[in-house]
Design a protein around this ligand. Structure first.
Ligand SMILES: Cc1cc2nc3c(=O)[nH]c(=O)nc-3n(C[C@H](O)[C@H](O)[C@H](O)COP(=O)(O)OP(=O)(O)OC[C@H]3O[C@@H](n4cnc5c(N)ncnc54)[C@H](O)[C@@H]3O)c2cc1C
Length: 406
């Protein structure tokens, strides 16, 4: 039996087809509308919840795929439908990943269901708030503080987060804060802020260039108190870790935020891939139909070669994304920054491919009624969030050289 295969198995193919159908029939037709409305598409999330696509059970199923491919496969399909709507749903998977990565079994059981449903059983979204005004790429310089009050067994959070996807509209917020500023990034920890906690409020809501169906806002934490059990991993584990760092017994990469981002990079790359594929398919279809100088424009090498390059970039992106996702599932270390490679390449591919798609459509590609215009605006985010392209290159460069490249 061949030991290597790039073919999806039956379960994977079935889920891919099911998610594709939802993306085609439910998401794609309303992509333009929610982009214009610049609001969270709750009716679509409700539909997805109703069919079981937006649910803890489904996310647990795809996370549990032994080959690791179901996560990128599902994300590619959803983003193929519409990246903004996809992110409105997939934004929840980031705090879910943080809870899975850092939480105890009890915390996973308590908080994961509440990321997807509120106490009345209605669909809810969750948020992961790391970035701050002065701590974007440099997450080591977070200023948000968490202080423990032993008498009440509570943590008090104070600070201002920015750019949080679903920030302020989420039920569960996972917030990364410093518990010991002297230890820099190694003095950070993640906290669950339960739904409705006083002291957490929404600040500015950002009006964005793309992915406009996804809500992005500041999150202000002022005397925001959460029970001791909301510290992910628990106090004992935190104290042990901090003691190890103070005594110089570990230099391990314990940054709470970085662990989450590393795990989620291939998934973000997969979303970029979905946008790129959508634009490529549209451009291919258009180039076949559009006639100039008495022939279809696809018959010009200048156009056909663009499509050849687009397809090549897309396929190469998928290979990088699948490799990184597979490596994660096998608990293989990203020795050469493979997770970053996948996000870097797929993100830049999405920008390039959507740009070329507009070029192939000419004037028709430059108007708001035409999806490639939106897809190009959407694509740009993939070179910015969850680590900019420069930061991905930094991670790869450090991994391959072993040097502290700046
Ligand atoms: C729509 C959207 C959604 C987001 N969602 C979330 C979220 O849910 N949770 C969250 O915590 N954050 C979120 N973010 C924040 C996002 O992760 C940051 O915007 C990103 O990490 C970049 O940080 P910055 O914007 O502060 O840019 P900066 O860090 O200020 O970077 C500016 C420029 O400098 C470059 N640069 C910085 N440092 C270096 C370096 N050492 N070497 C080379 N170049 C460098 C960058 O690559 C970039 O080109 C979101 C952002 C957006 C726009």
């Amino acid at each position: 039996m061949a030991r290597f295969s790039l073919e999806l198995d039956e379960d994977q193919l079935e889920i891919q087809a099911w998610v594709h159908g939802f993306a085609r029939d439910v998401i794609r037709p309303v992509g333009h509308e929610w982009d214009e409305r610049e609001e969270t598409p709750w009716p679509v999330i409700e539909d997805a919840a109703e069919v079981g696509l937006y649910s803890l059970e489904f996310v647990s199923h795809i996370f549990a795929d032994p080959a690791g491919l179901l996560v990128p496969v599902v994300m590619e399909e959803l983003a193929w439908g519409d990246a903004g709507i996809a992110l409105a749903m997939l934004g929840t998977t980031l705090p879910v990943t943080a809870i899975l990565a850092g939480g105890t079994r009890e915390q996973v059981e308590e908080w994961l269901p509440r990321c997807f449903r509120d106490d009345d059983g209605k669909p809810a979204v969750a948020a992961f708030a790391v970035s701050e005004a002065d701590a974007g790429s440099d997450v080591s310089s977070l200023r948000t503080r968490a202080v423990y009050h032993e008498a009440t067994d509570e943590w008090e959070l104070n600070g201002a987060k920015t750019w949080a996807t679903n920030g302020g509209i989420a039920g569960v917020h996972v917030v990364v804060a410093s518990v010991d500023p002297d230890l820099g990034p190694r003095g950070q920890a993640s906290f669950v802020v339960p739904p409705g906690t006083p002291g957490l409020s929404q600040g500015q809501v950002f009006k964005k260039m793309g992915i406009r169906a996804s809500h992005t806002a500041e999150v202000v934490l002022y005397r925001c108190r959460v029970p001791g059990r909301c510290l992910l991993g628990g106090k004992e584990r935190l104290d042990e870790r901090l003691n190890r760092v103070r005594e110089g017994r570990t230099s391990g990469r314990s940054q709470a935020a970085m662990a989450t981002f590393e795990a989620s990079r291939p998934a973000v790359g997969a979303q970029a891939l979905g946008v790129a594929r959508a634009a490529y398919e549209r451009a291919l279809e258009y180039a076949r139909q559009r006639r100039q100088f008495g022939r279809a424009i696809i018959e010009n090498q200048a156009v056909a070669f663009k499509l050849a390059d687009m397809k090549t970039l897309i396929d190469a992106s998928r290979l990088l994304v699948w490799r990184a996702a597979w490596m994660s599932s096998q608990h293989k270390r990203f020795e050469s920054g493979e997770g970053s490679m996948s996000k870097l390449f797929a993100g830049e591919t999405a920008v390039k491919v959507t740009d070329e798609a507009i070029q192939i459509l000419g004037g028709a590609g430059y108007v708001r009624d035409e999806p490639v215009e939106r897809w190009h605006r959407d694509a740009k985010i993939f070179t910015i969030f969850e680590g900019t392209s420069e930061i991905q290159r930094l991670v790869i460069a450090r991994a391959i050289t072993g040097l502290h490249i700046r």
